[in-house]
Design a protein around this ligand. Sequence first.
Ligand SMILES: Cc1cc2nc3c(=O)[nH]c(=O)nc-3n(C[C@H](O)[C@H](O)[C@H](O)COP(=O)(O)O)c2cc1C
Length: 354
Amino acid sequence: MSKYQNFVAYYFSGTGNARNVATWMINFAKSKNINTFLINIDRFKKVEIPKTEGKTLIGFFSPTHGFNLPPIMLEFMSKFPRRTTETDVFIVNTRAGLKMNKLFIPGLSGLAQYFPSLILRLKGYRVVGQQPMDMPSNWISLHPGVRESVSVSMHVRCKTISEHVLDKLLTGKKVRKAWLSLPFDIAVSPVVPMYYFIGRFILAKTFVASDKCNLCGLCEKQCPVNAIIQVDKRMFWKYSCESCMRCMNQCPEKAIQTAHGFTTLGIWLASLVFTVLLTFLASKIDFFKEISELSDFVKGWVLYPIVTLTVFFLSYRFVHYLMRFTFFARLIEYTSFTKLPFWRRYKAKKSVLK
Ligand SMILES: Cc1cc2nc3c(=O)[nH]c(=O)nc-3n(C[C@H](O)[C@H](O)[C@H](O)COP(=O)(O)O)c2cc1C
């Protein structure tokens, strides 16, 4: 007998993993004759609350980005109304799992459960479930997409786990699987604030559209945060980009690349500007002499990141301009790993285990 009459699943999903997990749970709830609502929060303007009667269980489904939930989901949760009706909540963060032979290796959540749980607790909700879900990694900027057979076996495993978790929650039991990795989560947590800036100001600025792009507009239309626009007849990624990988994995022409060559050059340039220019200026101008005498901690953790972000800020616009010239467009494209013929893309199929 279910404790809840309604189940609402809010999801954000770059490449379909979180959407698939939400869908499996919705289908399971339907099979138990529970009223269900599956809500995609892409480009949300306001929080939609379905009208229901009786007790409601709400699930939030999202990928893990930089050991946290992505800003769009955190913003959605922070705009969620305070608890007024009989409602409990749970969180599922999909992560980058691995499969080696028959062994499934989990991804790392960091604060992806604890921080959102705190937001919801402060709004008066009882967080009855915290479940990581190890789905295929979609971070194609770092590695080629997983093979189809690996993806399917991860889906099979996670579907079973999804149904088991929801079954427990519906009967009023609590699920606290997220706490099993607490020591690792604490160890990686200092990366969370750093990743926020790196994700926004550097990763979002590594995407380029090569000459293969035919301006079909699919990436622009499908971007969950409206971060892709056309500038001078070439796609341009704004700072609101979540690096969710949807554009890159869906492009029918495989025209979207991560500009690894340009990124390496940018980091090298930032170091050069930082060390050489600072030393040079310090020998000429008193103000820079004082800066160069600051402690290594301030230089390494405050000044260097500021210089790096400024270099990326200025150079992305410049690279975008240069790409109108075939030579530069090819140079950027051919110094990208994602251009390599074996570099698979990843997109979770809707049809996998419906
Ligand atoms: C920018 C980015 C950052 C990521 N950070 C993490 C992470 O910190 N820990 C982890 O286990 N997986 C991480 N991943 C992998 C995704 O969370 C994982 O593949 C997820 O299942 C994708 O879900 P989706 O298809 O719903 O977007 C990251 C992926 C991307 C693209």
